[in-house]
Write a protein that binds this ligand. Structure first.
Ligand code: ADP
Length: 398
């Protein structure tokens, strides 16, 4: 049996095909159609043997992009035995705390949530509509980035603003990257050989988008992103936390709200401070004496550290810190910059293990054996988790 996972963004569609095996799910191929609506788009397909094929094509809209996905799957016989399609949806609001079978009514409700996630949900809904037409015979399941955080207590999800802003406008913390935080928390429990329900964890998803999560008893109890994925940690191009007064200051200075929003989302974070959103380039530049690059890396690490401290206080104890996603998995210097100054809180790194960590084959411990809390590097598997959720929802529905 095969499952297709689709992740539809504003200008790209990412996809991955999984096959069920006795020992779990195996990835057969992944692909990406990018440049939707732009002059030059491209379609890439990477089978499991990593021989990437790329075609340069014009991709007018999401319908055309999904058409390319259909063609790529059919051309390589990957669509044979397809049993379901799992869709990543960024915002599920308060309505969706679990993966959900997509019906017309559910799609309408997702559309209604678009004001809460104007940059993310409309393209996902567009992709879902097209995919449900193209694969009309297959069940489609939505898996939400927000769902895992629906266990946050009101003390963590309510902002200190008038109650009617919450009631009438949905102004509250939702949190994102839930699929990734949930995935690595489960893998951490397995690696530690303890039930997830017994653990207090801080998971750090540090990719182009970045967020921290405090997990107690297997449940998310706090997370750094908020109403939108703009809050919290310093990200590739997003500012993370800032004084809301900054927005009013800039609007009064003549900038449009759209311009401020675009700049905070696309031209801030590591890019805004250091000139690149790629940590590899920033490290090279910093090593060559570029002070702005150095500062960007230090601002990012300091913010992560501050969240670790805050969540340690909130959790009242800690069994493990988990690093995941592009930076968390591949940048030993960021891990050291976050953990080493926290020795007074009992967090210790094994420098050799940190330098050598490669989580491709499974979780790696980068704290000395025998010390607690553990510090772990774990590769996130969001698409595989979406595929597993999709199969679980289908099993439940049968
Ligand atoms: P996304 O949020 O787009 O899924 P990723 O989780 O793939 O992002 O993370 C992408 C980021 O990870 C890159 O922008 C880069 O900063 C960082 N990264 C990837 N590989 C390395 C590496 N070998 N060393 C340092 N940073 C890396």
């Amino acid at each position: 049996m095969r499952v297709l996972v689709l992740n539809t963004g504003s200008s790209s569609v990412k996809y991955e095909v999984f096959a069920t095996r006795d020992d779990g799910l195996a990835s057969l191929a992944s692909g990406l159609v990018e440049g939707i609506g732009e002059e030059a788009g491209a379609s890439h397909l990477t089978p499991a043997d990593a021989t990437r094929r790329t075609d340069t094509v014009r991709v007018d809209d999401h319908d055309a992009a999904l058409g390319l996905v259909v063609d790529a799957l059919a051309g390589s016989h990957l669509d044979e035995g397809l049993a379901a399609v799992g869709h990543r949806v960024v915002h599920g609001g308060e309505a969706f705390a679990e993966p959900t079978v997509l019906t017309d009514a559910v799609v309408e409700r997702l559309d209604d949530l678009s004001p809460l996630a104007p940059l993310h949900n409309p393209p996902a809904v567009a992709g879902i509509r097209v995919a449900r037409e193209r694969w009309a015979d297959l069940p489609h399941v939505a898996v939400f980035d927000t769902a895992f955080h629906q266990t946050l207590p009101p003390t963590a999800y309510r902002y200190a603003v008038p109650e009617d802003w919450y009631r009438d406008h949905g102004v509250r913390r939702f949190g994102f990257h839930g699929t990734s935080h949930r995935c690595v928390a489960g893998l951490a429990a397995t690696a530690l050989g303890r039930p997830l329900a017994d653990l207090k964890l801080i998971t750090l998803h540090l990719g182009n988008g970045a967020s921290a999560c405090a997990i107690d008893d297997g449940r998310s109890v706090d997370t750094s992103m908020g109403l939108s994925p703009l809050a919290g940690l310093v990200m590739g191009t997003r500012s993370g936390d800032l004084d809301p007064g900054v927005v009013f200051h800039l609007v009064r200075a003549g900038m449009s709200v759209d311009e401020v929003e675009r700049t905070l989302n696309r031209a801030s974070g590591l890019l805004g401070v250091g000139g690149s959103n790629d940590v590899r380039r920033l490290r090279e530049a910093a090593a060559a004496g570029d002070d702005a690059a150095r500062l960007a890396l230090d601002v990012m690490a300091r913010r992560v550290r501050a969240y670790v401290g805050a969540y340690l206080a909130e959790l009242g104890g800690l069994d493990a810190v988990v690093f995941t996603a592009g930076i968390g998995e591949h940048d030993p210097a960021t891990r050291a910059a976050v953990i080493e100054p926290l020795a007074h809180l009992g967090l210790v790194l094994d420098p050799a293990a940190n330098a050598a960590a490669d989580a491709a084959d499974g979780p790696v411990r980068i704290s000395p054996v025998g010390t607690a809390p553990a510090v772990l590097v774990i590769a996130t598997a969001e698409e595989a988790t979406i595929a597993a959720d999709t199969l679980a929802v289908m099993d439940g529905a049968r």
